[in-house]
Design a protein around this ligand. Structure first.
Ligand SMILES: Nc1ncnc2c1ncn2[C@@H]1O[C@H](COP(=O)(O)OP(=O)(O)OP(=O)(O)O)[C@@H](O)[C@H]1O
Ligand SMILES: [Mg+2]
Length: 282
């Protein structure tokens, strides 16, 4: 199946996807420019993101790792238009979303973004196929049952399309969620710990599927994960520490990714020690 070839007109016209544009234009699915996000004000403010600069090409698979509290969820929320940065700008599929009205943002999220969460978030009263079609209904697009069936075949669940989520295993439910995330042929799929609730074998199936969505269907995936094995499926891994990108790796074996993580978390005891000693934490 070629999701790329069926994308809406403004994506498929060749002159938009070619190499003739300078960097920072339409061939990037996600662009963040000096994105900052603080909670609270003054001395007690928490700086969850301290200036993130990033441009992710279409058709790429990015993993985001970092110690607890480093800003991964805040990053994902800001990049996906679920939260508003305190400063900086976010572009999705070439569209500037900074300052966009809440209604427009909601419409953009529904039609041009896909989401996969740790907890699957399927609707229990709908069948598998109805769950996959839900984003189209919400976006006011005519539900394309053939596309739903094609996607369910891609994730190996075509025979289960009439079941309810409660009749599926965790891994199968997550595969439905991935089919659902792809059904609008989104500019970006954002995944927050998609394998966090799965055993190792099932997690691998889900990761193979995300990889397949990128390689065969032309999807762009941004995945937050704590698991170096999961990050090993991505084209590159970004490491957040204290709200900044502290490191990055091209596609690497899990052991190497784990080693980088250990280096990052090695800083945490130092910060904690400073806090205990009454000194500045940052
Ligand atoms: N609503 C909020 N109000 C105040 N502080 C917040 C809020 N949300 C997040 N923070 C703070 O921002 C920082 C980054 O949080 P974030 O949830 O992005 O971390 P994370 O990397 O996703 O961590 P984890 O791996 O534990 O999920 C933390 O210091 C957190 O306490
Ligand atoms: Mg988090």
């Amino acid at each position: 199946m070629r999701l790329r070839g069926r994308r809406r007109g403004h994506h498929t016209s060749g002159h938009h996807t070619g190499e003739h544009h300078p960097a920072g234009t339409r061939d990037h699915a996600v662009e963040l420019r000096d994105v900052r996000r603080s909670y609270g004000r003054g001395g007690s403010a928490v700086h969850a993101l301290r200036g993130i600069d990033l441009a992710l090409p279409r058709g790429s698979f990015t993993a985001v790792m970092g110690p607890s509290g480093s800003g991964k969820s805040t990053f994902l929320q800001c990049a996906a238009g679920l939260d508003r940065p305190t400063a900086g700008s976010v572009r999705l599929g070439g569209t500037e979303i900074t300052g966009m009205s809440e209604n427009k943002l909601t419409a953009l999220r529904r039609s041009r973004l896909g989401f996969v969460f740790q907890a699957f978030n399927l609707l229990p009263s709908l069948t598998v196929e109805q769950n996959v079609l839900l984003p189209l209904r919400l976006a006011g697009v005519r539900p394309d049952r053939r596309l739903a069936r094609e996607l369910l075949a891609q994730v190996g669940l075509h025979e289960h399309s009439r079941r309810r989520p409660g009749q599926l295993s965790g891994g199968q439910q997550q595969r439905v969620a991935i089919a659902r995330a792809l059904v609008t042929r989104p500019d970006v799929v954002f995944a927050d710990e998609p394998t966090g609730a799965l055993d190792t074998v099932t997690a691998a199936e889900v990761l193979v599927l995300l990889r397949h969505a990128v390689d065969a269907l032309g999807a762009t995936v941004v995945m937050v994960t704590h698991d170096p094995v999961a990050a090993g499926y991505a084209d590159h891994t970004l490491f957040l520490a204290d709200g900044s990108i502290a490191d990055r790796l091209p596609r690497s074996p899990a052991a190497e990714i784990a080693e980088r993580m250990t280096r990052l978390t090695g800083r945490v005891p130092a910060a904690a020690a400073a806090a205990l000693a009454g000194g500045p934490v940052r």
